[in-house]
Design a protein around this ligand. Structure first.
Ligand code: ADP
Ligand code: MG
Length: 400
């Protein structure tokens, strides 16, 4: 179902409650990563340009209903104003007389940032009267908080039950890309899966393998698949209780007439302390050694497959990418994705970090700003925060 966006509503002179996900960290007053802020600027510009009074609501961290000064939105507002290139007012409340008074002073085109909404425990409890109170601050609700759209919180699902709710431009782009690849990918469609746990990835595999032509498996999850094939993976991270799951996936792939699974041929290993790093064939992992990355021959296999793909979805790093030299596989996959002529979509928090580290985020069709939310969509889930927004009326239904 298509959802209405800010393009479908008239916001001239109206108070717009813009829920964003500015869950960012600061170290010594410096913002660590402002990607999420940058990605929301287009929506803010569009709303201001159309004469809205833009009231920004976000959470930061996990204050659990307490006022935690280090988690204030004030420095976020300051940083945002440098990106929007306009002053952005801040009020240290998100409901109540103070917030109301600040909103009353706004004129069309103004932007005001509210205090961290999670300073109220009612936010995460999805309290109905708290949601009504937030909603009473505005005339229109806009959700651009893709990273939080899988959460049933008051400012995500509660507010749009009271005032008309539409998608912001970032949310729209996220949902468009992630639903297109999971429902109607241009083929050949390759899925690259890695990461730490089979349990986390199996739902993605099950949902996407219907349309996938090939699944490339790396990361720690490959160890469980290798072990299921009878390969000795030494002291590597393995989920013994998922061997059956891995066998079932391999059986399904063998039975189906198109799906191909590609597992690592060679791997980068190290001993207990991360020393004695070397690349070996998968059936030559000595006892006590751990598989910490995919090897170069495997990357060559992956590249050959990816070069002929028209759509690629990547979730889960190929190795222990937080530590050199075990980041090589993930960085190389990022570079391959950046170089091919395909629709490339990256989901998952750590995977997005690997792509950023490789410096190729701009050359990927879409790097999702939502970790858990992107995984939920790749598993075929409908996000509660998207579900509550207004539907685009179906022309077919009207014609009949
Ligand atoms: P995402 O957040 O993108 O969904 P995951 O959370 O599934 O990704 O997995 C990321 C983690 O998997 C990383 O912290 C990485 O170090 C770990 N990992 C990947 N491969 C291995 C491996 N071979 N051994 C140990 N850890 C691994
Ligand atoms: Mg993760």
């Amino acid at each position: 179902m298509k959802k209405q966006t800010i393009r479908n509503v008239d916001v001239q002179g109206k108070r717009v409650f813009l829920r964003v996900d500015y869950n960012v960290q600061f170290i010594n007053g410096q913002i660590l990563d402002d990607h999420r802020l940058r990605e929301s600027v287009a929506t803010i510009w569009a709303l201001r340009g159309n004469g809205a009074k833009v009231i920004i609501c976000s959470h930061r961290g996990r204050p659990h209903g307490e006022v935690v000064p280090e988690l204030s939105n004030r420095p976020v507002a300051e940083h945002l104003s440098t990106l929007v290139e306009e002053p952005i007012a801040f009020v240290d409340a998100c409901v109540g007389p103070k917030a109301r008074a600040a909103i009353e002073r706004m004129t069309p085109g103004d932007v005001l940032m509210l205090e961290n909404v999670r300073f109220h425990r009612e936010e995460e409890e999805n309290d109905a009267s708290f949601a009504a109170e937030l909603a009473s601050l505005a005339d229109v609700y806009v959700n651009d908080a893709f990273g939080t759209a899988h959460r049933e919180h008051a400012s995500i699902v509660g507010v749009p039950r009271h005032i008309p709710g539409v998608a912001g431009l970032l949310l729209e782009r996220e949902v468009d890309y992630l639903s297109r690849v999971s429902e109607d990918p241009e083929r050949p469609f390759a899925l690259v899966l890695g990461g730490a746990k089979v349990a986390d990835k199996i739902a993605i595999l099950q949902h996407l393998q219907r349309n996938a032509d090939v699944v490339l498996i790396g990361g720690a999850i490959a160890n469980t698949f290798l072990k299921a094939q009878g390969i000795d993976v030494g002291a590597s991270l393995v989920e013994d209780d998922r061997i059956d799951t891995a066998l079932e996936v391999m059986r399904q792939a063998a039975k189906g007439n198109h799906l191909r699974l590609v597992l690592p041929r060679d791997v980068v290993i190290a001993d207990g302390q991360g020393e004695n790093v070397r690349t070996v064939s998968v059936n030559r992992v000595p006892p006590g050694f751990r598989i910490l990355d995919v090897g170069q021959s495997t990357l060559d296999d992956f590249r050959a497959v990816l070069q002929s793909a028209r759509t690629v979805v990547w979730n889960g790093p190929m190795g222990l990418f937080e530590r050199e030299p075990f980041d090589h596989g993930s960085l190389e996959v990022a570079h391959i994705l950046g170089a091919i002529k395909a629709t490339t979509v990256v989901g998952g928090g750590e995977t997005a970090a690997a792509v950023a580290r490789a410096g190729v985020s701009d050359r990927i069709s879409h790097v999702s700003t939502g970790g858990g939310a992107s995984l939920a969509m790749l598993q075929g889930e409908v996000l509660p925060g998207v579900d509550v927004l207004l539907d685009v009326p179906e022309p077919a239904a009207r014609a009949r």
